[in-house]
Design a protein around this ligand. Structure first.
Ligand code: HEM
Length: 138
């Protein structure tokens, strides 16, 4: 199985799982917010249910970038919004974001293993690299 297929199958599984009636993206944000006071401060005025659905939609653009090598308008806009000109999201926070995401996959995917973790990291890496690069390139 390719890493693409491993990621797709894992993504389907995590979306189906809802331990404690908490869905995957909700659990991810709970983890991300508790990981650092800096993150909590950045989201202090945010409606987290809106935020969850936005991340879920933008996930498609992150994954599509891995597959196509092409940056779509959605991803470009998100990168601009997170850059030093707007939200000023420091590049190191993306590493924390990815750690929290893979830690959430570990809990939500009953078939979690090293290959699954690597698939998530590989597939999200180009998009994250683009977001970090965009920090001071808009
Ligand atoms: C690749 C990783 C990420 C993706 C795909 C992503 C996606 C998004 C999206 C789609 C939005 C909503 C944009 C809109 O208003 O139209 C958003 C807003 C935001 N993101 Fe991210 N994000 C990422 C990483 C991060 C990181 C690492 C932080 C650091 C804490 C962060 C902090 C925020 C904040 C503070 C907002 C604004 C919330 C508000 O409107 O109150 N994001 N993000």
């Amino acid at each position: 199985m390719s890493f693409d297929d491993i990621f797709d199958a894992s993504y389907d599984r995590v979306l189906l799982a809802s331990p404690d009636n908490t869905d995957f993206f909700e659990a991810f944000y709970q983890r991300f917010l508790s990981s650092s006071p800096e993150v909590r401060m950045l989201f202090r005025n945010t409606d987290m249910s809106v935020q969850r659905s936005m991340l879920k939609k933008s996930f498609f653009s992150l994954v599509a970038f891995y597959a196509s090598g092409t940056i779509d308008d959605v991803l470009r806009r998100i990168a601009y919004l997170h850059s030093s000109r707007e939200l000023n999201i420091k590049p190191y926070l993306y590493d924390l974001w990815l750690e929290c995401l893979t830690d959430t996959v570990r809990v939500y995917d009953p078939e979690f293993c090293d290959e699954v973790e690597l698939a998530w990291r590989l597939i999200l890496s180009p998009g994250i690299t683009y977001m970090k690069f965009g920090y001071d390139h808009f």
